[in-house]
Design a binder for this molecule. Structure first.
Ligand code: 5GP
Ligand code: ZN
Length: 114
């Protein structure tokens, strides 16, 4: 998808601070971090949101979660605790229409979320 900002980051067309990459997912630092560690994990294949998930995406989604766990350890935020968030749709504040998992850590988080 030429007009998708995260597809362009995955392809390397737009520069980003990549912290993890494998055959299913790419992870890079959020440009406007909401926590000391704020990383976005995205499937390499374009997918607009969790609303578009099909059975064939299960391997990539499993990898998305496990990559977040690996990266959290790599970032040194595992023991303190961290938050994983996926926003789907306008009312959940999804601004970029390429599915992404927010991995945030390094500070205390409140509940319920805003
Ligand atoms: P959403 O609100 O869609 O769940 O989150 C989109 C996230 O993407 C935001 O946290 C925003 O800061 C981040 N973002 C938007 N454009 C770029 C970009 O070009 N590069 C990086 N690294 N992050 C971006
Ligand atoms: Zn995309």
């Amino acid at each position: 998808m030429d007009d998708c900002i995260f597809c362009r980051i995955v392809s390397g067309d737009i520069p980003s601070d990549v912290v993890y990459r494998d055959e299913y997912v790419t992870a890079f630092r959020d440009i406007e971090p909401m926590a000391p560690a704020h990383i976005l994990v995205v499937p390499n294949e374009h997918l607009a949101s969790t609303d578009d998930l099909e059975e064939r995406h299960e391997a990539a989604m499993g990898r998305l979660l496990r990559a977040a766990s690996v990266i959290a350890r790599q970032e040194g935020i595992s023991d303190f605790g961290y938050r994983l968030t996926i926003n789907t749709g306008r009312n959940a504040n999804q601004l970029v229409p390429h599915l992404h998992l927010h991995l945030m850590g390094g500070r205390q988080f409140g509940w319920p979320p805003g």
